[in-house]
Design a protein around this ligand. Structure first.
Ligand code: ASP
Length: 439
């Protein structure tokens, strides 16, 4: 067996956390490739090293004195080195970083040093080889990830090592400069490495024991999801469940490698398994509930809309021309509604209204603001009758007015629109009916 193990920033925030990580890695021979993030927050209100690096680099760009800021970043690493009693000095590395900042080498390079330096410490502490991600992870000229080149180079290079540490979050551009993924991108690195070395499992270690059925800010101590499919997770993550970077699913998905979310502070917990498909039933009919506030519905009416060819295309064209992506487009016989993010739409609303009138000639347009969308997701819905009935009965009992219903053709999810003010209560009602009452 071969496992790729990625550790998040809070798992590597100080020497004590590093010790836990080493114990986890050493507990299983199979844990052969380690992907560290940069040191995260040590306590609430602390600053992540990545954020310190961005700030420090901006000071350098502005021509401000950044030496003392860089020293406080170095102090974070020196504390870890000292706490682990290592004979390691990052003096030379910091000289290079300082020189790079002076010639404003780039924000991406600056941010990537968080993972790079943590990787050096981790490799030293574990006695593993250190492989710089810049040498095995590549981007194309247009900034997109170059999977072909990466697959080739990464596989050949890592085949040489039995065990290695590869820093997360970055790779290199065709000209050799450093480029990072978006924030939280070490998850993507872990997934790419897992695919490249044909791992059996990609373990992603963080500070929670897996995905929760719903937001703990709304439900106290919601249960952990034991097993979830990639597709279910996609449905939940676009609605805001953020334990894992959403792009990190794609590389492992190509090879059907399962992801196991684990808690560094509670390694005894089994965590959540993210798999391609499973015959394991989820404990409840639903796997998870997620949602987001802040949507707007643009209701468009036109008599005989149903028989007018091209009406929908014309309407959606206006959104495209204004650079606005839509979330859902439920329709009736003479009505079409477009759901968009309010903050993306608000500045362009009048242009959109005028644009729709010009292109599609509707009878009326009405905008409804402050709506929330809730996704109830579950592979179990397909084979269970009455799920929708139960959801809407629960909402009716809670006196919640449902504004919109959309069931994806996959029967994997039901999307419900409510007002922002009903959002929390709606989630509670759905959770209670499926999880607490176990209906
Ligand atoms: N350190 C980076 C960030 O804070 C990447 C990561 O942690 O995955 O976004």
């Amino acid at each position: 067996m071969k496992k790729v193990v990625k550790f998040g920033g809070s798992s590597l925030a100080n020497a004590q956390q590093f010790r836990k990580v080493a114990e986890i890695v050493q507990a299983e021979e199979d844990r052969r490739f380690v992907i560290p993030s940069a040191p995260g927050k040590r306590f609430p209100g602390d600053t992540k090293v990545t954020d310190m690096l961005y700030e420090c680099y901006h000071m350098a760009e502005e021509g401000e004195e950044f030496g003392s800021m860089l020293q406080s970043i170095k102090a974070r690493y020196d504390d870890i080195i000292k706490g682990l009693e290592l004979e390691l000095s990052l003096e030379e590395e910091f000289k290079k970083i300082e020189a790079g900042f002076k010639k404003t080498i780039g924000e991406n390079y600056a941010a990537s040093r968080g993972e790079y330096l943590n990787g050096i410490i981790m490799a030293d502490y574990l006695g593993f080889a250190f492989v710089d991600a810049a040498e095995i992870i590549f981007f194309k000229e247009d900034g997109s990830f170059d999977s072909e080149k990466t697959e080739k180079v990464l596989a050949a290079r890592l085949a040489k090592y039995d065990r290695a540490v590869i820093p997360g979050f970055y790779g290199s551009m065709p000209d050799g400069s450093i480029k990072t993924f978006s924030r939280g991108g070490s998850d993507i690195t872990g997934s790419i490495v897992a695919q490249g070395v044909h791992a059996d499992v990609y373990e992603n270690w963080t500070d929670v024991s897996g995905f929760l059925i719903t937001d703990p800010g709304i439900i106290e101590n919601p249960e952990v999801i034991e097993t979830i499919t990639y597709r279910e997770l996609r449905e939940l993550s676009y609605m805001g469940a953020t334990v894992l970077h959403e792009e990190s699913i794609f590389p492992v998905r190509k090879e059907g490698i399962p992801i196991n979310i684990r808690n560094t502070n509670k390694p005894e917990d089994a965590g959540t398994w993210i798999v391609e498909s499973t015959c394991q039933k989820s404990k409840y009919v639903i796997t998870g509930i997620a949602g987001k506030k802040g949507f707007c519905a643009i209701n468009i009416e036109k008599d005989m809309m149903n028989s007018e060819i091209g009406f929908g295309r014309k309407v959606l064209n206006v959104f495209e021309d204004n650079g606005i992506s839509f979330e859902h487009v439920p329709s009736g016989i003479d009505t079409l509604t477009v759901f968009v993010h309010q903050d993306e739409f608000i500045d362009k609303e009048q242009q959109v209204v005028t644009g729709i009138h010009r292109l599609a000639r509707p009878d009326a347009i009405d905008i409804e603001a402050d709506l929330a969308l809730i996704a109830v997701v579950g592979r179990g819905m397909k084979s269970t009758r009455g799920t929708a009935g139960r959801i809407f009965a629960a909402l009716a009992h809670a006196n919640i007015n449902v504004k919109m219903i959309d069931q994806g053709s996959s029967e994997l999810n039901i999307i419900i629109g409510v007002t922002n003010s009903d959002f929390e209560e709606a989630i509670r009602a759905i959770y209670n009916i499926f999880v607490v009452a176990r209906l």
